[in-house]
Design a protein around this ligand. Structure first.
Ligand code: SF4
Ligand code: SF4
Length: 321
């Protein structure tokens, strides 16, 4: 396969599943590409240079940037959250929500919304580790399994049954892949919980006075077929992009592409940012920390000041007292 497709093509895949979705004879291209990456990483030790540091950071500090693991819950300072205590939900924050400055704001907003709605939740704090999606999609299966086993042990020790997360990659990996490692959890994406809280009247949200388009993260919209929840959470009219819901177009970050340098003329995020601009909407909503980063960068590169915000942030702004 590597001889037929070239290493460049194997590393270019974002694991967006658009090809699998479109294939009339149900060929599963993505697992084959991931297998090829496994061979390149674990047997041939041939992979993009950028991934070397990322793998080391995951091994040493259980996050791709290499921030000190002891700073994982610094984002929550002053919020008075339960840490490692029994609660109905465990808020699995993920690496981006814990360490990336822009996405730390989303974590704080979501925590405040849950507090306001009376949701009983706690976080794992320093015991939380990267979910391992990045390691698995980039072919480092050994590292993925190590992270998955440690996370499952930490979650079980904390007595966790229900998990809420603001990251589609955490949502997919914890909910659909941790079962193989003894982790049987009921996992919801934050847009699903927010839609439910709005429906139950626990979050009262007024009409928007701006127009909005919504980027479906492919790990929600297509792969896990959950595209109505964010629209219910947001309410009102959404100016849809021509590729949306299960036909969404990837932002370019998936499949570890977030961590690999890209040729300027091949940037997937610019195509998607332009599609969002073509709707004429005032701002872009999304429900994925990596989509947020990619689309925000895309807007800047295209010279647009259009804001990209998480569903929780848009809701928080419309909250009735
Ligand atoms: S990038 Fe998406 S469409 Fe292209 S091969 Fe990978 S999963 Fe398939
Ligand atoms: S970063 Fe977002 S759009 Fe890109 S693969 Fe992940 S979920 Fe899909």
């Amino acid at each position: 396969m590597i001889d037929r497709f070239s290493e460049e093509a194997i590393w270019a895949c974002t694991t967006c599943f658009a090809c699998v979705d479109a294939c009339p004879v149900h060929i599963e291209h993505v697992p084959k590409l991931t297998d090829a990456r496994r061979h390149l990483v674990m047997e041939a030790a041939q992979f993009p240079d950028e991934l070397q540091g990322v793998f080391e950071n995951l091994e040493r500090n259980s996050n791709p940037w290499g921030f000190g693991a002891h700073t994982r819950s610094d984002w929550a300072e002053g919020l008075e959250l339960k840490v490692g205590e029994p609660a109905e939900y465990l808020f699995y924050v993920g690496c981006a929500g814990s360490f990336d400055n822009r996405n730390k704001q989303v974590s704080r907003t979501l925590a405040r919304l849950m507090q306001q709605a009376g949701v009983d939740f706690s976080i794992l704090g320093e015991a939380e580790m990267c979910n391992g999606d990045l390691a698995r999609r980039s072919g480092n299966e050994f590292l993925f399994q190590m992270l998955a086993e440690m996370n499952v042990a930490a979650l079980q020790e904390a007595g966790v049954q229900k998990i809420v997360t603001a990251c589609p990659h955490c949502f997919h990996t914890l909910g659909k892949e941790y079962g193989d490692y003894g982790g049987d959890f009921d996992v919801v994406h934050h847009t699903q919980l927010l839609a439910e809280l709005r429906e139950q009247g626990k979050l009262k949200v007024s009409d928007r006075d701006t127009t909005l388009t919504y980027h479906d993260p492919c790990y929600m919209g297509r792969i896990d077929d959950s595209h109505e929840a964010p629209r219910k959470a947001l309410g009102g009219e959404i100016l849809e992009m021509h590729r949306c819901r299960d036909k969404t177009f990837c932002c370019g970050a998936g499949g570890a592409r977030m961590w690999i340098e890209e040729d300027a003329d091949k940037r997937v995020n610019l195509i998607r940012a332009q599609e969002a601009l073509d709707t004429g909407a005032d701002e872009v909503g999304t429900g994925c920390p990596f989509c947020m980063t990619m689309l925000t960068d895309g807007m800047k590169t295209l010279g647009s000041e259009t804001q990209v915000r998480d569903v929780s942030e848009i809701m928080a702004e419309q909250l009735e007292a």
